[in-house]
Design a protein around this ligand. Structure first.
Ligand SMILES: Nc1ncnc2c1ncn2[C@@H]1O[C@H](COP(=O)(O)OP(=O)(O)OP(=O)(O)O)[C@@H](O)[C@H]1O
Length: 233
């Protein structure tokens, strides 16, 4: 279970990004975070990834309070989290295989184990025949699949994806969403920040709507509201 208690975030330049976010995300859930540009979606994901610290409030992941983690403890936490970025963030000078292998090298696994796992993961995303290619030799959808493979190679308990279909045409976006569905079916909690209304309709899941740094609605496809919008000040 991931729990956020009264999370606020003000960036160093004084920009308020999140006001008072409280959320509970059970293990194995599939949740969209949506809302207009600047609503705070990416900030929320970055806080969960410990790429930013909240200005106030607490975040619990399982038993761990991640709010004040530093250094090596952040690296340990990230072993349980995969992050997929809209712009892929692949290393263009490295091959597909090297990109996907990177998180395992950081963990210090043996070369044999790394190559076995990378090959299996690339098979899973259907790219095992392109493992010696460089990212820029691939289509956008293929690059996104490499990014997903890199995020999933550590068997994360939580997969975070920031606008993962934003750069893709309809067919590729559906393909990527089907991949997230399969990943979720294996028990991984999936949290996707997205504007993509079409995907929200095609793949309905619990949807948290942010507006100006607050949760204004939180509903599951059967219409049950799991949080009440905060009252206007
Ligand atoms: N690194 C930063 N430094 C200062 N302010 C930031 C930073 N990142 C985001 N902000 C501000 O925080 C607010 C929330 O931004 P955030 O990127 O989380 O929104 P978003 O909902 O993901 O938007 P978009 O859909 O446009 O990506 C915005 O006002 C933004 O300008």
């Amino acid at each position: 279970m991931i729990q956020l208690f009264n999370i606020g975030k003000i960036y160093q330049n004084g920009a308020p990004a999140l006001h008072d976010i409280s959320l509970k995300i059970p293990d194995g859930d599939f949740v969209y975070v949506t809302g207009s540009s600047g609503a705070g979606k990416s900030t929320l994901l970055r806080l969960l990834y410990c790429a930013e610290k909240p200005s106030r409030g607490q975040i619990l992941m399982g038993e761990r309070n991640t709010t004040r983690l530093r250094g090596r403890n952040v690296s340990y936490l990230r072993r349980d989290i995969g992050f997929v970025f809209q712009d892929f963030k692949l290393l263009n000078s490295r091959t597909v295989l090297e990109n996907v292998a990177l998180p395992l090298q950081v963990q210090g696994l043996s070369r044999h184990e790394i190559s076995t796992r990378v090959y299996q993961m690339l098979q899973y995303v259907g790219l095992e025949y392109k493992l010696q290619r460089k990212p820029l030799e691939l289509s956008g959808g293929e690059q996104q699949r490499v990014a997903i493979a890199r995020a999933m190679i550590v068997n994360p308990r939580l997969l975070l994806a920031d606008e993962p279909t934003g750069n893709l045409d309809h067919e590729l976006a559906v393909e990527i969403m089907e991949m997230f569905t399969r990943i979720n079916e294996t028990g991984t909690t999936v949290l996707i920040a997205t504007h993509d209304k079409e995907m929200l309709e095609l793949f309905p899941h619990r949807t948290v709507v942010l507006h100006a740094g607050n949760v204004v609605s939180d509903v599951t496809p059967d219409g049950v509201a799991t949080a009440i919008a905060p009252e206007e000040e």
